[in-house]
Design a protein around this ligand. Sequence first.
Ligand SMILES: [Zn+2]
Ligand SMILES: [Zn+2]
Ligand SMILES: [Zn+2]
Length: 1017
Amino acid sequence: MTDDIVVRGASEHNLKDIDVSIPREEFTVVTGLSGSGKSSLAFETVYAEGQRRYIESLSAYARNFLGQMDKPQVENVEGLSPAISIDQKNAANNPRSTVGTVTELHDYLRLLYARVGTPHCPECGREVGEQSAQQMVRRLLELPDGTRAKLCAPVVRDQKGAFEDLFSELVSEGYTRIEVDGEEFDLTMETPDLDENYDHTIDVVVDRVKLTEDARSRVTDSVETALEEADGVLKVILPDPPEEAGLGGSESRSTGDLAGEGREAQSASDDTSGERSEPREDARLVVEFSEELACTHCGIDLPEIETRSFSFNSPHGACPECEGIGETKEVDESLVVTDPSKPIKNVFEPWSYNRSYYRTRLDSVAEHFGVSVDTPFEELDESVQQQFLYGTDREVVFKRQTKNGTRRKEKRFEGVIPNLDRRYIETDSDSTREHIEDYMATTTCPACEGTRLKPESRAVLVAGTSITDVNCRSIGDALEHFENLDADLDARERKIAEEILKEIRARLGFMEEVGLEYLTLDREASTLSGGESQRIRLATQVGSGLVGVLYVLDEPSIGLHQRDNDKLLDTLEGLRDLGNTLVVVEHDEETMWRADNVIDMGPGPGKRGGEVVANGDVEDVMDTDRSITGDYLAGRRSIPVPDERREPDRREGSKRASGDGGAASRDADGYLTVRGARQHNLRDLDVEFPLGCFTAITGVSGSGKSTLLHEILYKGLVRRMNDTDVFPGDHDDIEGIDEVETVRLIDQSPIGRTPRSNPATYTNVFDHIRELFAETKLSKQRGYKKGRFSFNVKGGRCESCGGQGTVKIDMNFLSDVYVPCEECEGLRYNDETLEVTYKDATISDVLDMEVDEAYDFFEGHSGIRRRLELLKDVGLGYMRLGQPSTTLSGGEAQRVKLAEELGKKDSGETLYLLDEPTTGLHSADERKLIEVLHRLADDGNTVVVVEHELDLVKNADHIVDLGPEGGEKGGDLVAAGTPEAVAENEASHTGRYLRDHLPAVDLEGPRGGRTPAAGDD
Ligand SMILES: [Zn+2]
Ligand SMILES: [Zn+2]
Ligand SMILES: [Zn+2]
């Protein structure tokens, strides 16, 4: 076997028949401009070929399910190992997946709790256990030789009654001695006269015995008899217990009333048994044993503890109320009545007065209370309001007009909310259910308090902690808990738990290493960012300890603060040192510095790329003249630091200044100020965003950046600008809102969910292109209008694929696969339409053009070119016009949206909010993006960006740095000010890493000045 993975003749996508070697058991970065062919080499060639060979090696039967995989466009790949890809796709959209389950950590926790967990009663919290008759006898005989004991069968426990029949039955069975409420009777002498209105406890004394080894068989017989008589429960009464009774230690798992509690319970029943009670020594000890897992105190049987008892995805573990989801949906009063000043007939949002069903009910109930349906709801008595909402106390006369006259019916009115609840359950109609869902709010399940597990499972403790207690901790806190757990376990438990704990600690440790210590274990996996779920899978892989594997990763640095990125790189090196091969697609320069090899793809994007420009260590790349990556690494090119920072825009004659006047207005002048932000981990922050400036929100992962941007700033402003469907996160106020005309959130969500939308349709450029095709000579002859060239309507498109060019193949349990349409061979249009050409290109050819190409092609058409230029400006020159939106990365989708925004005529008073716009960008493309952001601010708009990338951060006018750490240890404002001011701040992690990027700052950063400080480009 060779030492290298040797790729020969790769020509997937834009790759130009390239040969390349990737050293095995080393760490290789594949880099280059966006669209230069990085992913085509790493994922679509090397990884895909590895996958294909793996599937080929499976049985014909398995292949049948997995389907045929196309061989990548490559002559040969030698030296391949089994390949695992770790990309950014968030695979989980199942509400049942949590951080704990996807990392398999929950499986180890379940094992730990099933093996060493001590069950407790979910009602009273007493420890419970189960044991065989043999174990009970052994425990009894462990008591000091000669200890006196009464072995009893508890036949009645806290029940009302006189129990005369029971007593005569016992006599006929041959039992004479009993204890009633702790008092002994001899049934041959007297029958107890019990007050049937009180609770009584009756124990049959099966045997009175001195516990000695000689009496073993007698004790065994008596224990078995008692267990039979009392359905598996034995009560042992020791009239004068030895000092160390040793029956109730936690290790013994003996059940029920332990020493202290037993005495208490006994003296409590003394009070009720009154005068007839004989004096008894306080010292007597009562212990109960059960064959079953049961709380003998509450009479609750508990299920056997198994690993599945702790799985909320199994009926054996799931909370029965919410079936393991942790949330329940209920009709919410505040959504049903949003404006109580409306009249009765219109106040209930889901009930339309125009429909006779509702009108009959509202009219009749209003008449019942003697009010008009035109009365404002808020003017009704509280009790009447409640009866409208939740049902009337008395019967209401319902009158309904039929063709035979008026029909009367008397019955209680069920109430608007119970009516919705009932119909939600009863209806067969999806649309009715969806309609009602609009008025439902999701609340934490009251039964399990959101922990998803049933009470019995939650009552199992390891060293006093339940599994749900562990699950709601952050990874960092959980790690600390398990590191200190040994001290709280006894020798036996420690031995059983040893290996399990090792696995748990290791897995938590890996997650901490990749910078995820702030995530809680019960966090729903579907709410994680792409970067977070990638790092979770990375940590899981490290935990699996595989060797000889080829790992292919997609931009692991995304969403990571430099400090955490340094830790992540340590993890990657560790994975390599185990004997694995790493191929990492990445733009981050620090990653290149740490890698063993760098393959630079290019030189340009798209059709101008697809070659290997440089392949060697980072120095070799720096020495390669035509490598743009090398230029940036060596500092021949760089992203400049702006000469000047913008000042907040203090607009003249603002509406606010004429309004409430005084000092308050002057404070708000020039700033958009958030007051009292408290959502999630934010600590009641006041944060200023200078208007007309470019602000970066920074901080380590989990510090609260996105919460501030999305939940407070975006939703808070949108809500105040009249969108009442939006619910912002907890905060007091946003001042300066009058200075902002519109808010635009440009996020990474897809631009469309079907392959029908693409950059050309989204930015509207396709509209103009279709117009151009309709104006050609042939179109005019044939009478083709613009619509003929649409692939979304009938007429000119291929009907076989409905204009999609692809046909979806359902792959059973795998994700759907799209294959080219056989009819049009992927061209989307019918032959007649394709006969129309503009400059020799068909409409289908145009959709296949890259933006850069199309820009040159449509020379002279300013309307089209202006839109294409915006796509070029945001670094998307390589993108094909017709590229299905479903194949765009989050970063690409975000940049398409940004381009569309730039095309709008704006007033210069727009607030643009962006979350990590540099995702997936090479330095050269990032530079373009930064220019676009500056352009927006220069036009008087306000730009606020959440970002880690330091070249972008150093370009901001103002930084808001949150932290200092993630999760519970974050949420504070660490620093605010210009990049230079933040860099001087010792407490700011961001600031320290910024130092090397700012020529005006004379301090050294953690990476020791390796990054070139300034460029002269
Ligand atoms: Zn109990
Ligand atoms: Zn529940
Ligand atoms: Zn077709």
